[in-house]
Design a binder for this molecule. Structure first.
Ligand SMILES: NC(=O)C1=CN([C@@H]2O[C@H](COP(=O)(O)OP(=O)(O)OC[C@H]3O[C@@H](n4cnc5c(N)ncnc54)[C@H](O)[C@@H]3O)[C@@H](O)[C@H]2O)C=CC1
Ligand SMILES: CC(=O)C(=O)O
Length: 371
């Protein structure tokens, strides 16, 4: 199969969808990889390294996109829709629930849209989301700590406190991969950490992992409102796979937070869990202030640490890419139920229920289309 790797064009997105090691794996299996020139530079991989690994370097985005399968990191931006072609297999993060225009464009061009974030194993885990959630969760605590500094607009709190001065309070809503990794770093920084989740079993697991280093709370509007009133930093880390994020934090709750406190809404890629995170920010201009609270809502947080993130992402995507390239997407997905769940658009239909619901579009069962 011919596989294209375009250069990412989102603001400060320095990741790339394949490392030279990934090229070697695919080339050795008989596939051809076409990498757009300088696509890997932001992650520290040169064109020469890709060539030595067996890739062909192409000079523009059109050539990288004009292949049977395209692998990317971020969802295509409007400037990239013109590259869609009939039957293209697009294997990338798609986050379609908050993206009506992208969903329409994929349907219109009969793109086989396989979303990293909805590939799901029988134990419900999301293997192609996990490493980036690990990165974003760890970053969320350190970014929150930075923006709490007075010179960055925050209330001037050191999360660890010092002897004689109390510690800062961090509330994490959603105790999955992002939440757990945010907690690890926040605990390491010495903060007073509370994790709120809807799943009692998950709360038990978190209690087993962290013991008395955290407080756990069942998610409901009262616990969230109470926790926010006292929080210096609140991290949004809820996910309902494929769906638009639920708005669990109302504007009134945000107004009750202390002046200069900080929100990091990691779930912004699915639309965000705060009523006040109504816009996505960028690494260039990452925060805005509303009701005296700093809001950070960057949808590609791992793009800031591209070397770590590119290697972490491709460690998990390459085995799936190899299955698609070796067998074709139909057989690969029929043989592997986890990959089948990744298909969000196919043959002009939306094949992921939560995405169809988010846009009021007809849902088609992928099993009726993949034969
Ligand atoms: N902004 C960025 O750059 C990045 C964003 N993300 C996003 O972060 C979000 C979280 O991802 P993961 O931690 O991997 O998901 P996950 O599936 O591991 O965890 C989600 C957690 O939310 C909990 N939850 C569901 N409904 C809830 C509710 N009503 N109240 C409280 N908790 C609730 C679930 O029980 C689960 O523990 C996703 O939207 C993901 O796409 C991930 C990586 C990078
Ligand atoms: C998960 C995601 O959206 C990211 O890593 O940018």
């Amino acid at each position: 199969m011919n596989i294209g790797i375009p250069k990412e064009i989102k603001n400060n997105e320095n990741r790339v969808a394949m490392t030279p090691a990934g090229v070697i794996t695919l080339s050795q299996a008989g596939h051809s990889v076409f990498v757009e020139t300088e696509a890997g530079l932001g992650s520290g991989f040169t064109d020469e390294q890709y060539q030595q690994a067996g890739a062909t370097i192409v000079n523009d985005a059109f050539e990288a996109w004009n292949q049977e399968m395209v692998m990317k990191v971020k969802e295509p931006l409007p400037d990239e829709y013109k590259f869609f072609h009939d039957g293209l297999i697009l294997f990338t993060y798609l986050h379609l629930a908050p993206e009506p225009a992208l969903t329409e464009a994929l349907i219109k061009h009969n793109v086989v849209g396989i979303a990293y974030e909805t590939v799901q194993l029988p134990n419900y885990s999301l293997p192609l989301l996990t490493p980036m959630s690990e990165v974003a969760g760890r970053m969320a605590a350190q970014i929150g700590a930075q923006f709490l500094e007075k010179s960055k607009g925050g209330r001037g709190i050191l999360l660890s406190g010092i002897p004689g001065v109390k510690r800062g309070k961090v509330t994490i809503i959603g105790g999955g991969v992002v939440g757990t990794n945010a907690a690890k770093v926040a605990i390491g920084l010495g903060a007073d950490v509370t994790i709120i989740d809807l799943n009692p079993e998950r709360l038990r697991q978190l209690d087993d992992i962290f013991g008395s280093s955290i407080n756990t709370l069942m998610s409901n509007p009262l616990t969230i409102a109470d926790a926010l009133r006292e929080s210096d930093l609140v991290i949004g880390a809820v996910l309902i796979p494929g769906a638009k994020a639920p708005k669990l934090v109302t504007e009134e709750m945000v107004k009750s937070m202390p002046e200069g406190s900080v929100i990091v809404d990691v779930a912004i890629d699915q639309g965000g869990i705060f009523e006040t995170t109504d816009k996505i920010t960028t690494h260039d201009n990452p925060t805005y202030t509303k009701h005296g609270v700093l809001h950070y809502a960057v949808a590609n947080m791992p793009g800031a640490v591209p070397r770590t993130s590119t290697i972490g992402l491709t460690n998990v995507t390459i085995p799936y890419a190899l299955q698609i390239a070796n067998k074709g997407y139909k057989k690969a997905c029929l043989d592997n139920e986890a990959l089948l769940k990744g298909i969000n658009t196919l043959q002009g239909y939306v094949t992921y229920q939560a995405v169809a619901e988010a846009h009021g579009l007809e849902y088609s069962n992928v099993k009726d289309l993949v034969r």
